[in-house]
Design a protein around this ligand. Structure first.
Ligand code: DGL
Length: 259
């Protein structure tokens, strides 16, 4: 079991930000990564749709031998992780907007959260927010359209810059000093955000924390790969492959088409 791969899924290429952290921390672990890009974005589509896709991705990864599953998508985590944990035997790691670290970092108790509609409207997000952000102001912003632009290969476009300025300006007017990236796709915006935000606004991303948690849970379940066999990394897509290939710096032929 310990030599089996880790399964990872997202609605698209965003979860590759998590895959990179996991691969850097755990290079001996084999991985299977699903970009469910045919069905992206998940964010605007409602809980039932997101849950259904999470189930399909999970069962596919389990069929291929995944020993643990990382839901590398805030939208799928906040809408589906409790169902997945209750219905499948493998351990699950999820990712949620990092409200707690932002609340602890903020010096003026005002933080901004950029996430999808599906995440911000989920009950798990509200519970976490009530728990860790009771005494602080949380400025929520739906990043409508960002995932679509990233999946269309328009990360560094003027369109993206304008969209981001529209989202950031109202947050800056409210004096946020931390910006939580509540969607794994948004990690790739970091260089752009650094140019658009004043220096004092901290960008909070939780990819590295997810990788550390993955290691801890593998260890706890005694399924860390300790063999010397070379690890394999397989990438699957239900839709487009170009953006994935450019992030991974590989040929699109390396990405396997899935239904
Ligand atoms: N990367 C997903 C997340 O973290 C994107 C959601 C979407 O497809 O809208 O939420």
């Amino acid at each position: 079991m310990s030599t089996n791969p880790i399964g990872i899924f997202d609605s698209g290429a965003g979860g590759l930000s998590i895959w990179k952290e996991i691969n850097a921390l755990l290079p001996t672990e084999s991985t299977l990564y699903i970009s469910d890009s045919k069905y992206a974005p998940y964010g605007p589509k409602g809980k039932e749709f997101i849950l259904n896709r999470a189930i399909i991705n999970t069962e596919w990864l389990i069929d291929k031998g995944a020993k643990l599953i990382v839901v590398a998508c805030n939208t799928a985590t906040t809408n589906a992780i409790s169902y997945l944990r209750n219905h499948y035997d493998v351990p699950f790691i999820g990712i949620e907007p990092a409200i707690k670290p932002a609340a602890l970092t903020s010096t003026n108790n005002t933080i901004g959260i950029l996430a999808t509609k599906g995440t911000l409207s989920s009950s798990l997000f509200h519970k976490t927010s009530e728990r860790y952000a009771q005494h602080i102001t949380v400025v929520e912003q739906v990043g409508e359209g960002i995932v679509e632009l990233i999946e269309a290969g328009k990360l560094y476009s003027d369109e993206m810059k304008h969209l981001l300025l529209n989202f950031l300006n109202p947050m800056l007017e409210q004096q946020i000093d931390c910006l939580v990236l509540g969607c794994t796709h948004y990690h790739f915006l970091t260089p752009i955000l650094k140019k658009l935000l004043p220096n004092e606004v901290r960008i909070i991303d939780s990819g590295a924390a997810v990788a550390r948690q993955t290691k801890a849970i593998l260890d706890q379940n005694t399924i860390l790969n300790t063999s010397r066999e070379a690890a394999f990394y397989e990438f699957f897509s239900s839709g487009a492959k170009d953006v994935m290939a450019s992030i991974l710096d590989c040929e699109t032929s390396k990405i396997i088409q899935m239904p």
